[in-house]
Design a protein around this ligand. Structure first.
Ligand code: AMP
Length: 129
């Protein structure tokens, strides 16, 4: 059965899309811990990051780097924090989180961002890609 993230990448479930190429996809986390919190996934469904083959693993991080560079231009921050957990969704993903302070990178933190602002943030990041 397809994961929720596969369905998002396939356009079957809505998301605030940031970027995609043939193999990778980026979209805003629906429960952001900071404004601009973005998830980057391989379209190929693999649960555990370190089960990706070397080529796909390197490609995922290269794509995440491009997204992070766009994100830091679009969302005011000191730097982009990076995390990989995968405790909730069994489809590997990189969390990119715009940080003002280290406290912004705290799992369990949730900021409330209205839908229009989520869309505006996604569009602003996409415009910098
Ligand atoms: P984890 O698997 O522990 O890295 O966490 C999964 C992340 O996916 C959490 O930050 C969720 O807020 C996020 N998430 C779950 N469902 C969706 C969705 N439909 N759209 C965007 N983000 C999601």
């Amino acid at each position: 059965m397809a994961t929720i993230f596969s369905k998002i990448a396939a356009g079957e479930i809505p998301c605030y899309k940031v970027a995609e190429d043939e193999h990778y996809f980026a979209f805003l986390d629906i429960n952001p811990m900071a404004k601009g919190h973005t998830l980057v996934i391989p379209k190929h469904e693999v649960n555990y990051m370190f089960d990706l083959d070397e080529e796909e693993y390197a490609g995922l991080w290269a794509f995440a780097r491009k997204v992070a560079m766009a994100l830091e231009q679009a969302v005011p921050c000191k730097r982009i924090g990076v995390a990989v957990l995968g405790m909730e969704v069994p489809h590997c993903h990189i969390h990119l989180v715009p940080l003002q302070t280290e406290k912004d990178m705290k799992f369990g933190n949730k900021v409330s961002v209205p839908a229009e602002e989520m869309q505006a943030i996604a569009d602003a990041i996409a415009a910098k890609m």
